[in-house]
Ligand binder design. Structure first.
Ligand code: FAD
Length: 392
């Protein structure tokens, strides 16, 4: 039992879905993304070209879009959903458009999210739906709500629309029995998101986990938040459901705290983030009767840690309250190995019109080009798989 270990360096399994040509293409793209200069020139040119209407959509679609997105529409994602399902991996259709600001746009996005719930229902290949509150609400309203500022009549009305949209999505998810994640965002709007998520869990998690909030463990206050929220849910008689991430907005958070002169909400170093991430997993494992959770991460150590603890506790890999998740195009060494061993694992499959998805793609590229970034790890594995295939 003590020697339990999944082999996340098994590149043959990780890239089993790619033929030699696809492997080479992916390697080439990741090499480009891994070069800080080419990466920044590339992402800047893509944003610029799209903003002035240059015909680069086709090029983007054939390259980076194909690696990280399932398609432009729900229907276009079908081959990806099917391919992942064959490897024992679920799909989470993530409508990834950003930067919209009118009430009509928010309504349209809400309708599309409901379509993803509709598409997922009764399809075991799509275990979760997901949405970002900023996709259906103005930032200003979320910020005012988070600051508990008194709202004027106009903001009050926007706030009511926002609550109605979130409720419509979650009510529908509950009606059709489709679990759904609410993504976590920046601290200055997250209080409002947390309150909405809690409200939805109170209503819709009475019989089981439907609505999942997201906790970013790079925040110093999240472990305590988890403990308090779980205790409260138990007292109120509903299942607490959470997706754990480390957090995607570290630089932005630190810069803003510095600029406005408040204490940074982010852990002092990576070790503290890693420690709290695993502590959150431990807390949930100790209270499995009251919670359902998702380890959403590309971190091999945390993934190994959870699998090992499950083994020690004698829990089946497909325990219904424990899930793993990665993003499409990344962390395949985790997803495919977990899938092969029968764990509940799924990948976000982002989709949407190419030009609307570009901010998501740019974030992936920028997030990953940092020294200890995911891309260099992916590149190393792709290189190893190329050599392995040559030598066999
Ligand atoms: C399925 C899925 C869903 C996601 N949903 C969300 C979401 O809703 N909201 C969101 O914000 N992000 C989300 N993310 C992104 C996530 O927060 C991370 O940015 C990303 O996954 C990288 O972290 P990691 O756990 O994979 O591993 P690692 O690569 O081991 O960790 C990198 C992360 O550690 C933290 N970190 C790095 N350096 C330091 C430091 N010096 N001090 C303190 N902390 C540090 C940062 O959070 C950084 O992103 C999601 C990721 C996945 C896979």
């Amino acid at each position: 039992m003590g020697s339990f270990k999944l082999d996340f360096q098994d590149t043959a399994t990780a890239f089993s879905d790619l033929d030699d040509r696809e492997l080479k293409e992916k390697y080439r793209l990741f090499k480009l993304l891994n070069s800080p200069l080419l990466n920044s020139v590339g992402t800047w040119s893509a944003k610029f070209a799209l903003s002035v209407g240059l015909p680069v959509e086709g090029l983007i679609k054939r390259t980076i879009f194909e690696q990280f997105c399932g398609g432009e529409t729900i229907e276009e994602c079908e081959p990806t959903v099917e391919r992942l399902a064959k490897a024992g991996i679920g799909s989470i259709l993530d409508y990834s458009i950003e930067g919209k600001s009118s009430e009509q746009d928010f309504d349209r996005t809400k309708d599309e999210i409901i379509r993803t719930v509709e598409r997922a229902k009764n399809d075991p290949r799509i275990p979760f739906a997901v949405f970002k509150v900023t996709g259906i609400a103005p930032l200003g309203t979320l910020e005012r709500l988070s600051n508990k500022k008194k709202l004027d009549a106009k903001s009050q009305s926007k706030c009511e629309h926002l609550q109605a949209r979130v409720n419509e999505i979650c009510e529908f998810a509950h009606k059709v029995g489709q679990p759904i994640f609410i993504d976590a965002e920046e601290t200055w709007i997250q209080d409002a998101i947390d309150r909405l998520a809690t409200d939805m869990m109170e209503r819709y998690n009475l019989e089981g986990p439907i609505v999942y909030n997201t906790l970013q463990m790079y925040r110093t206050d999240r472990l305590q938040h988890l403990k308090d929220a779980r205790r409260q849910a138990k007292a109120d008689g509903y299942v607490y459901a959470a997706k754990f991430v480390r957090g995607a907005y570290m630089e932005k958070e630190r810069e803003r705290a510095m600029e406005l002169g408040y204490a940074s909400p982010i852990q002092s170093d990576k070790r503290a983030t890693d420690r709290d991430y695993n502590a959150a997993i431990d807390h949930c494992l100790e209270h499995l009767d009251d919670v359902s959770f998702v380890a959403a991460t590309h971190n091999e150590a945390s993934t190994q840690y959870l699998a090992k603890r499950m083994d020690e506790m004698g829990l089946a890999p497909n325990h219904p309250r424990i899930h793993f998740s990665q993003l499409y195009g990344m962390g395949d060494n985790l997803s495919y190995v977990l899938g092969r061993h029968g764990y509940n694992v799924s990948k976000y499959v982002p989709y949407g019109p190419v030009k609307d998805v570009v901010p998501y793609l740019v974030r992936r590229a920028e997030e990953n080009s940092s020294a200890a970034g995911q891309i260099s790890r992916e590149l190393e594995m792709l290189g190893r798989e190329k050599s392995r295939r040559k030598s066999t």
